[in-house]
Design a protein around this ligand. Structure first.
Ligand SMILES: Cc1cc2nc3c(=O)[nH]c(=O)nc-3n(C[C@H](O)[C@H](O)[C@H](O)COP(=O)(O)OP(=O)(O)OC[C@H]3O[C@@H](n4cnc5c(N)ncnc54)[C@H](O)[C@@H]3O)c2cc1C
Ligand code: SF4
Ligand code: SF4
Length: 408
């Protein structure tokens, strides 16, 4: 968060990542941006708020209770990413005057598709913003506006953004008071922007004429849905090999996501996820919730009492077992590889397993993925991308069939 207004985030067309552009005339070299950046350091213990309750779980941080369920409003459920519980939760925060606005993301409404961080202030705006956006979206610039606003706000973000906001709140007490609710989505990765462009290209569509993109919704698990400027609509199934079936999910993974240990938003008051457990499944989807504070849990329970949602409590171990959390938390082999080849790593202070000894085997298993991360950041050009994806396939086959290595 830059008080001199010197930073502007733009998508770097080559790597598909958000790149900070610094206006040298405005920058006063105070380095505050670096001090709050979650890409450099995260002190998980030091940033944990005092009101967190429950048992400390080495993969999830503090966890007091977990639930699965879905919205009993058919429209909210059908248009959600998983079960619409997050949307119900946000509506509850607003309609009970617990906060005056929700900082979340929405599709921009211009000629060309895009996404933005905004403040939703009523039920309609919250519902319009439903569905996961798998595209890098900057959130920092909104915090300066929040200081000027009256009332309090909830923030919805990815685990790294939650960590960044906790850091900002440590430095700026006004923002601690103004944003008392930090809500995280579970996150295994954020595919870079080239992943979206590549899908549009695979559908045979010119990216410059795309008006709107949706990644989930219309039932479970949802479809990739493109609307063009001429109003034609195009779809890709969720498990298409170019979408979550393989390329979108595996190939276009940014380095920081590869080196990320936090799947659940360890520093958030409450986290929302797809429900991959066997409980409370609905054909149109269901959501999993993890509570870390008493207040956050009370709001979930009130939604159930008011019969707005179907809700069932599950064990914390069900949360861990239903997602790839253990892999993500075991970040040390990946960090060792990155340090060996490129030198710089994010610094995770007090992370539960930083002292863990690493077996050689774990390093070898992570190596093929390292090459994939490098390949996917080399070019955003479609012709090169097709070649790079083929090379990646070659490495995968070599690693699995010849070296008998695990492949993720
Ligand atoms: C990049 C990314 C990776 C994810 N990875 C996982 C995972 O590995 N495992 C898992 O179980 N779940 C993951 N999720 C979460 C999951 O997709 C759903 O968002 C979650 O289950 C809530 O679903 P819902 O139906 O309750 O929410 P909905 O009713 O669909 O509401 C979603 C809310 O989240 C907001 N939102 C959407 N995208 C973003 C974004 N990029 N940044 C900030 N806010 C956003 C929307 O504006 C809306 O307010 C991921 C989400 C994202 C965006
Ligand atoms: S160093 Fe200070 S003034 Fe310069 S971009 Fe960072 S926060 Fe802004
Ligand atoms: S994987 Fe980690 S670094 Fe990447 S977007 Fe998710 S929370 Fe952020």
């Amino acid at each position: 968060m830059c008080l001199s207004d010197a930073i502007n985030f733009v998508i770097d067309n080559k790597r598909g990542l958000l790149k900070p552009i610094i206006d040298k005339k405005k920058c006063v070299l105070c380095k505050k941006c670096l001090s709050v950046c979650p890409g450099y350091t995260i002190d998980f213990e030091g940033l944990t708020p005092n009101n967190f309750e429950g048992i400390y779980n080495k993969y999830l941080g503090y966890s007091m209770s977990a639930f699965v369920g879905y919205s009993l409003n058919k429209e909210i459920l059908y248009n959600s990413s998983s079960g619409g519980l997050l949307t119900e939760y946000l509506i509850q925060l607003i309609e009970n005057n617990i906060v005056s606005g929700i900082i979340t993301v929405q599709n921009t409404n211009g000629e060309k598709f895009g996404f933005e961080t905004f403040i939703a202030r009523n039920r309609k705006e919250i519902i319009d913003a439903q569905k996961s956006k798998y595209y890098p979206i900057p959130s920092c610039s909104i915090f300066k506006n929040i200081i000027k606003e009256s009332g309090t706000f909830a923030f919805v973000g990815l685990p790294c953004q939650i960590a960044g906001l906790r850091k900002i709140q440590q430095n700026t007490s006004e923002l601690k008071t103004k944003i008392p609710f930090l809500i995280s989505l579970f996150c295994s990765r954020m595919p870079n922007a080239n992943a979206t462009n590549y899908l549009v290209h695979k559908l045979g569509l010119p990216i410059k004429n795309v008006k709107n993109i949706e990644y989930r919704g219309s039932g479970h698990p949802g479809k990739f849905h493109v609307t063009m400027n001429d109003s034609t609509e195009h779809y890709l199934n969720h498990l298409d090999s170019n979408y979550w079936g393989y390329n979108f999910m595996k190939f276009f993974k940014p380095v920081r996501c590869w080196l990320c240990p936090d799947h659940s938003g360890i520093l958030s008051d409450i986290s929302f996820a797809d429900n991959w457990t066997q409980y409370a499944r609905h054909k149109d989807g269901s959501t999993m919730i993890l509570c870390r504070t008493h207040n956050a849990e009370q709001i979930v329970k009130k939604l159930k009492t008011e019969k707005k949602i179907y809700l069932s409590e599950i064990k914390i171990s069900d949360v861990v077992n239903s997602q790839d959390i253990e892999y993500k938390a075991n970040v040390i082999p990946r960090m060792k590889i990155w340090r060996f080849f490129l030198g710089i790593n994010p610094k995770y202070v007090n992370l539960y397993d930083t002292q863990k000894s690493i077996k050689k085997n774990e390093i070898f298993n992570a190596l093929p993925e390292f090459f994939r991360v490098i390949l996917s950041s080399v070019s955003g050009n479609y012709i090169y991308l097709n070649v790079l994806i083929l090379i990646n396939k070659g490495i995968e086959i070599f690693a699995m069939k010849i070296l008998k290595r695990k492949w993720r």
